[in-house]
Design a protein around this ligand. Structure first.
Ligand code: ADP
Ligand code: MG
Length: 344
């Protein structure tokens, strides 16, 4: 296949791009700021993220990916076109793009992704299940006949799959992940501390204090927000116990979803999983003690992948050179003509 290979991981929280020969070229929050008067993009990624909750009326902040799916197609297309132009604008041949999609995506979703990528400047595009990519990125021998359980906990969704013989055998997806934890911390602060905090503060609290059990030595952070009654700035202490109590029920839901999938898994694969264990990927795998929590709740030995937040993009990069493995999973590179668009 001629043309440069590009891989694109459009996550709910972070968009990451990899280019053959260069490696990861960009990894930015999936946030875009528009100038409300002109309708033009005024910031992409980190800059737009930092404006969240601090934006004036002239700036609209958009998160184009919701729960792992394209929610604002036009914005994703603008961003992808921008990067393709920046990365390959001087090349004669258009690039070929491999894009990750949630394991719950159906054929229409796959088609939408290929349509969007080819209309953003790619010659050909191919969509692949992100749990397969995560497994490859985590260093799992996916071609082994022995099954492995992959749990990718990102920003908007948790994807769970059993992979064996290079195929995704059973999978499920729930809309509970990092953002759910942030929202739970916001609700807790409001209810229990009479403090209104924004999304960025909640995410920082989760990263600093987040844990999956009662810690022996509790940690705390002074947190500034707005008093619910007076509306004036107020400082309160929030502890690791507070954060754990607010996210606990959502952690239980993730464990329950894994248990449900294990119930649906054929017995031979279940035995393999018990031996190979459960591998956690995605940015939320960095929540302290998540491996021990899931191990205790599911009875399956769990480990966190190295650099869990980049497993999907690193896996895509390897898959872009493993055509046979892609084809076994019914993932084919398609042009716009092959999609049938130019016939009408
Ligand atoms: P997506 O693929 O959905 O874009 P990522 O895999 O990039 O998501 O993970 C992003 C999520 O990981 C966010 O909710 C972020 O808050 C969370 N996260 C990142 N670092 C940490 C950390 N140290 N502790 C807990 N959560 C974290
Ligand atoms: Mg992801």
């Amino acid at each position: 296949m001629i043309g440069t290979s590009i891989c694109f991981d459009p996550g709910t929280s972070n968009m990451t791009l990899w280019v053959d020969g260069k490696g990861i070229v960009t990894s930015e929050p999936s946030v875009i700021a528009y100038d409300a008067q002109t309708g033009k993009i005024s910031a992409i990624g980190k800059k737009a993220y930092e404006m969240t909750g601090r934006n004036s009326d002239w700036i609209d902040i958009v998160r184009p990916i919701k729960d792992g799916s394209f929610f604002d197609l036009q914005t994703v297309q603008s961003v992808l076109s921008f990067y393709i132009q920046k990365l390959c604008g001087n090349k004669v041949l258009k690039p070929n793009i491999l894009v990750s999609i949630p394991c719950s995506a159906n054929t229409v979703d796959k088609r939408t992704v290929i349509d969007l990528a080819t209309s953003s400047g790619a010659a050909r595009a191919c969509a692949v299940d992100e749990t397969l990519a995560a497994a490859v990125g985590a260093g799992v021998d996916v071609n082994s006949y022995k099954g492995t359980l992959i749990v990718d906990i990102g920003g908007g969704i948790t994807d769970i799959s059993v992979i064996a013989k290079g195929l995704v055998c059973v999978s499920s997806s729930i809309k509970i992940a990092g953002n759910t934890f942030d929202d739970a911390i916001i609700s807790f602060a409001k209810k229990e501390k009479e403090l209104i905090i924004g999304k960025i503060t909640a995410e920082n609290l989760k990263k600093e204090l987040g844990c999956t059990s009662f810690l022996e030595a509790e940690i705390a952070m002074r947190t500034v927000g707005k008093d619910i009654l007076t509306g004036l700035p107020k400082e309160t202490e929030i502890t690791s116990v507070d954060v754990f109590m607010s996210i606990r029920e959502h952690l239980e839901s993730i464990a329950e979803e894994i248990r449900l999938l294990l119930e649906k898994t054929p017995p031979e694969l279940s035995a393999d999983i018990f031996e190979n264990g459960l591998i956690i990927t995605g940015g939320s795998a960095k929540l302290k003690g998540i491996d021990k929590f899931l191990e205790y709740r599911t009875g399956v030995p769990a480990r966190i992948a190295d650099e869990p937040e980049t497993c999907v993009i690193r896996g895509l990069a390897k898959l872009s050179k493993a055509k046979k493995l892609l084809e076994r999973n019914a993932c084919f590179y398609k042009t716009r003509q092959e999609l049938g668009y130019d016939e009408y």
